[in-house]
Design a protein around this ligand. Sequence first.
Ligand code: URA
Length: 237
Amino acid sequence: MERLEKLLANTGRWSRREAAELIRAGRVKADGAVVLRREEKFSEETLLQVDGETVSGARLVYLMLNKPAGLVSATEDPREETVLSLLPEHLRRVGLFPAGRLDKDTVGLLLLTNDGPLAHALLSPRRHVDKTYLVRVDGTLDETDEAAFRAGMTLADGLQCLPAGLERRGLDEALVTLREGKYHQIKRMCAARGKPVTYLKRLTFGPLALDEGLEEGAWRPLTEGELGALREAGGNC
Ligand code: URA
């Protein structure tokens, strides 16, 4: 059993203070009845509604983060600050983790969730969920780079990469699409072409596209539509 304001805050849509306001304003129903006392306790199975919209069943949280450079994609780290430090206190205690990793200096779309089965399905190498990155390199990209990415590169250490997309956007800029996510993959692929990466930003993860309205370091809950599309991409596990 949890306090009503906490159950609402756990959805990631409101802070505890905002949840308390909603309750005070009579906008929250539990199993169909308006609840005005925020300290009243309910189970996670209770049907919760805000302004008539169902929000319960949401102890699973899904957040889109525009990751800034300088933070590691982990839940804890002995030396470095993690992406979880961007979240308010109440969301640091609901078991969120980054679904997939971006390097410390990579920016852009990161999904934070506590839905293990969905994250696992989306990251499974068998499922080949596409990820798109904006890449800038030191050097000039040409059609031989496109062809090498398309063919599937073999890196110096023997790593065999799946065919990948490289769509040039300028002399030193491209959209790269990967169907897998090996360690430092884009940096290693570009370095193998003699054109080291100078900037890397993830724009999409399966059907999810980075909300360009999110400043670096900002996050928001996924919309129902985004979550539905993501579940579909994960095989509705
Ligand atoms: N490829 C990389 O090299 N780094 C990332 O963070 C993501 C993809």
